[in-house]
Structure formats: C-alpha cells, structure tokens
Design a protein around this ligand. Sequence first.
Ligand SMILES: Nc1nc2c(ncn2[C@@H]2O[C@H](COP(=O)(O)OP(=O)(O)OP(=O)(O)O)[C@@H](O)[C@H]2O)c(=O)[nH]1
Ligand SMILES: [Mg+2]
Length: 462
Amino acid sequence: MKALNEDTITAISTPLGAAGLGIVRMSGPQAIDIGDKIFRAKNKKKLQQADNYTVHYGYIVDPDTEKKIDEVLVIIMKRPHSFTGEDIVEFDCHGGMVPLKRVLDLLIDNGARMAEPGEFSRRAFLNGKLDLAQAESIIEVINSKTEKGLDIAMNHLTGKLSSKINALKNRVLKLLAHLEAAIDFPEDEIEGFKVSELEKRIQRIRNSIQELLATSREGKIYQEGIKTVIVGKPNVGKSSLLNTLLEEKRAIVTDIPGTTRDVIEEYINLEGIPLKIIDTAGIRETEDMVEKIGVERTRDFLKEADLVLMMLDVSQGITKDDLRVYNLIKGKPVIVVVNKTDLPPALSEEKVKKHFPEHLLLWISIKEEKGLENLKEAIVSEVFNTGVESEQVLITRSRHEEALKEALKASNRVYNSYKQGLPYDFLTIDLKECFNKLGEITGETVDEDIIDRIFSDFCLGK
Ligand SMILES: Nc1nc2c(ncn2[C@@H]2O[C@H](COP(=O)(O)OP(=O)(O)OP(=O)(O)O)[C@@H](O)[C@H]2O)c(=O)[nH]1
Ligand SMILES: [Mg+2]
C-alpha cells in the first residue's frame, strides 16, 4: 500500500437542508483522535478504544465549554478496512444546516481540514481500494436515472469492467513479453510462444477491444439518456405529448399557436431507459422576437438529438410550416408522429408516406390516448437495434471510449506491422501503447492531471 496522507479531511456528505439525518464524514490518521476531542459517549468510552465497525451513541460537545451541540451516532471504520483505506469516523447527526455546520466547524477547529470535492474517493483510489474505473462509477451510481442504469453502474463499481480490462491487459502483456524475449534471444525457443499463433493472438486482442467499444453507444444511452426532441409547427400537440409521456402537466397547453416559447427538458423512464424528452417552440415563419429566439434554441437542441419526433396534425394536412420543420431535421433519426386522429382527417396515409418515405410513421391521438404504447416501443427500438442484458458490461464514459479507440488503433498498427513482416520491435512499440491506453481506464497509466479532473467532478463529501 502507498504512503497514507498525513492530514485528516472532513466534509458534510449529505445534501444541505432540513432533513431527519445528516452525515459528517472524516478520514485520515487523526480522525479517531479528533473525534474523541468533540464526542462524549453515553457510556463514557473513548473512540480510541472502540472496535472496528462499531456504532457509538452520545453527544457532540464544544470541548472549550462542554456545551452539547448535537445528539449523534458515531461509526468507526479503521484502516485499512475502510472506504478510503484510512481511519474513518462518521457522525450521524440531526439534519439541518446549523447542527451539521457546527459539527464540521468543530472538527476543523480540532485539527481536520475541509475536504475537496471527491477527495474521499481520491484517497480510496490512491490507497488502492478502488481503481479509477470503479471510482468513476461512484458518480454513475449516484446519478443513475433508471434501475438498468444502476445495474450497469454497479457492474462497474464491483469491478466487472475493470476485470475485463485487466484480462485484456494481461493478454497484451504476455504477448509483449514473448515478443521481447524473441527479440533478445532470437535463436532460442521461447516457452509458450509459437510464431504460427502470433497473428491469431493479435487478432484476438483487436476483437476484444472492438467488442467492448461496440457497447459504448448503448452504454452512454443508459447513463445519459436518449435525447429525444419533439418538433413540429405550432399547435400540433408537442407539449401535450410531453405531458402525456411525463404523466404530469409540465408544459402549458393551449389552443393558441405559439404557446411554448422556450425549450422544456424532462426525464422519463422508458422500459428502464432514461429518455430525455425535449419539448420545443413550434416552428413557423414569425416576426415575433421571443418566438424567433425559441426557434433558434430548437435548432441548437436538434444538433444534439439522438432521435427526433416530428409531429403533424392530421386535421390540418401538410403545410409549408411542416416542410420548414422537416428541412431542419434532415439526416437525423426521425419518427413521424401524426397526432389528433380523433379529428376529421385532412391527410391520408399515402400522402404522409409520400412526403416522408424513409421514416417510421405513427398515428396517435393524445386526446383519446391512442397509439401511445406503440410510440414508446418505437422510440426504444429506433435507438436500440438489439436488446441489452443488464449483466453485460457496457462502456458508459467518453473517457473510456476514447482510451479504447486509441488502444484499438495501436492494435491495428501491431497487426499491420505483422502483416508487413516488420521486425518485432515495431510490434512491441505499439503493443506497449495499447497496454498503456487500456491502463488509462483502470488508472495505472494515467496522468495526474486527468486524475485531478476526474475527482473534481465529484460532489463534496464523496
Ligand atoms: N383533438 C385533439 N386535440 C389535441 C390533441 N393533442 C393536443 N390537442 C390540442 O391541441 C392544442 C395544442 O396543443 P399543444 O400541446 O399546446 O401544442 P404544441 O405543439 O405544443 O403548440 P405550440 O407550443 O404552440 O407550438 C391544445 O388545445 C391541445 O389540447 C389530440 O390528440 N386531439
Ligand atoms: Mg407547446
């Protein structure tokens, strides 16, 4: 284990605001000493004498006056068997800004230092309790938007992704060792190394990286959601659709065209997939300043969209405004949603098909709640071509995706060098690069500033 930090850090680990309970956490070599300075156990025992993983009831006091500040439970977790690998003392206090802040201040007055965001997790990483991919997954667990998202994040936290990466790294390393031995002892036979198997071994490494990389699109969708933008001319029922999917009157709906003027974003859970649904201002030629800005914002959101729901009003037929909308979304995955089928139609199925030949068409009536289940299914299958098993390890983070792409490039170079019959030195250079890129994911071969950046994204107290 690496050298432990000398200072002891502390932070409030629960959200601020009135609550039943709040937790102040402290980690470091003086944690138990500092705890004893301000904690008075009901049974008079000192925390120093406490066994590992025990809970103690008593009061936090101001040691200068012995005035009681809060009634608490204290949890002791001793190094190295704690989250950070250091001594940890956790105070289960009453929630609420004032008591929590007071306990924090007392800990700082008595020798602890305010923790930086993510510093507990960073220490866990530096002390070898978690690798980098596992540490990053803590944020994913906290931020997961659906149960499936949580399953995937938990697979990362429990090390399933890391063990896949490590297995890959071992294969690269073994090949590297064999090639280096073959370079150093060209005359000798090297145990476990057959030239005839070289091509297959390189290819297997490439394939494994490729397979993992192929999961990143779905992985990101589970983590960040499918960005689905609802567009259409005014009054076709975009905000009504948002409200229906949300099962909540979130957006204002009126029969006045141009009701929605800004962009509204909400998350819904669609069969375990987070759908980030975005209602936009109706698009039409307009002189109204506010509406114009709304349309501009719609354009910006469209750039980022994973999927577009283009809405039509069956009672109105296809108008110039509809075609203007369509021009904005060309090239995106689009589902054409024809709404208000409860009204007398001014639009036949053939006509819609003719205008939008390459898109899926769905007919709905929000008013009569018809066709909505079909729409939900269509959204999922439009984005996912195949079903996803939650046991599968998916790549969810751009950082991992980038590292895998670089590793793949390096393995391609290894393969090309092999095919060209270049000396083994050419292969080993790129194999090392491949190894290093894989190691960036788990953190062995990553730069300090990247580590800084990763942990600074954490919330305070984590
Ligand atoms: N008959 C009928 N009316 C509907 C249906 N869906 C929505 N409407 C009505 O259509 C009108 C416009 O609905 P909105 O949801 O505000 O339309 P929008 O596309 O958001 O309009 P803008 O925000 O102005 O662009 C409202 O009066 C809704 O009640 C439907 O399926 N059938
Ligand atoms: Mg609207």
